[in-house]
Design a protein. Structure first.
Length: 342
């Protein structure tokens, strides 16, 4: 019995020695099919942590030290990005198609569950579609939809059993945060329901000179685009908006674009913010009525605008038709115009 105890002790010591001290770095390797890029960068919110060379066959491998367990960005170009959850001690292999990138990725190895969970979460979020459509549902349909979404989000968490403790806490709160977001937004949406008077904006700087207020357009429908020069999705809508302006130039509707460019993104200068807006409007030859809100955020706050672009449709009497109107690129916008006799 004594010999058995000594044997077990020796095995324990040998096993412990074999494991060694915890690694103070993470390893990332893998292979990208159809790759045409030469470098991978892994970045945090504050900058690039590591640059990794991609071999001619698409393979790559390197190590890096991470300050804390967190979600980092794995990318080859600005358009080809994917989340990567890293922690010292992780050894993750990434495989996928460089042309499709994130949607084709598969993570394996030590710590891989975390990144796979994040990918599944992103896919689930994208499947929701336009949140504005959910907010337009009647109360019963809205409650049923949110309950269904919560069930789907909870099922994702249940599919991954080896999440890092830091991510696990966030994961368990994710569905609750989603429910709270929709419930709050739904309640706020009721404040700007169709038929209620639209919040006003007053004396916004006009690109063509002078100032304009919402009351300046009484007697006409007003399609409002809240945007900024730094907003990629906003810029994507500009060509579609131009086509609308041409198609409805003799109709009872005004197209009003309100730039929210402000000092924080322009070196603390409001003058620079206005100049950037003016230069952008000129360079893009933007039509319609171009306004700049300057330091006045009251219109944005009244409409609870937390993300742009945001489109709003107001009727000739100044009442709200749709506080979350379809985007210019969506066919249902012209369908809405037709239904209103515009």
């Amino acid at each position: 019995m004594k010999k058995l105890g000594i044997l077990l002790l020796c095995i324990t010591i040998l096993t412990s020695c074999a494991q060694g001290p915890p690694k103070d770095y993470a390893k990332v390797s893998g292979k990208l099919e159809n790759n045409k890029d030469s470098l991978i960068t892994i970045s945090s919110r504050t900058g690039i942590l590591k640059t990794i060379k991609i071999n001619t066959d698409g393979s790559f491998s390197d190590t890096l030290k991470v300050e804390k367990a967190d979600i980092y960005t794995f990318q080859t170009t600005q358009a080809k990005r994917a989340p990567l959850y890293l922690k010292n001690g992780f050894d993750i292999q990434i495989t996928g198609d460089a042309e499709v990138f994130m949607t084709s990725f598969n993570y394996t190895g030590t710590g891989a569950d975390n990144s796979n969970y994040i990918l599944a979460q992103i896919a689930m979020s994208q499947s929701i579609g336009d949140p504005a459509l959910i907010l337009k549902l009647d109360k019963q349909s809205f409650d049923a939809k949110v309950a269904s979404l919560k069930k789907d989000f909870d099922s994702i968490v249940g599919s991954y059993n080896n999440l890092d403790s830091t991510l696990s806490v966030d994961a368990k709160n994710q569905s609750l945060q989603m429910v709270n977001f929709f419930q709050k937004a739904y309640a706020e949406n009721l404040q700007n329901a169709p038929g209620t008077p639209s919040p006003a904006f007053t004396d916004y700087v006009a690109y063509k000179g002078g100032k304009k207020s919402l009351d300046s357009f009484k007697g006409k429908y007003v399609y409002i685009d809240v945007w900024a020069t730094w907003c990629g999705p906003c810029i994507q809508q500009i060509p579609y908006l131009k086509k609308l302006e041409d198609a409805y130039k003799n109709k009872n509707i005004e197209f009003v674009s309100i730039s929210t460019d402000e000092s924080r993104r322009n070196g603390g200068s409001w003058e620079a913010a206005e100049k950037k807006w003016r230069d952008f409007v000129k360079a893009r030859q933007m039509g319609g009525i171009q306004l700049w809100s300057g330091k006045d955020f009251s219109f944005q706050k009244a409409y609870k605008i937390n993300g742009i672009p945001r489109f709003i449709l107001v009727d000739p009497n100044g009442n709200i038709v749709d506080a979350n109107a379809p985007r210019p690129s969506e066919p249902r916008l012209t369908e809405l115009f037709t239904s209103l006799g515009i």
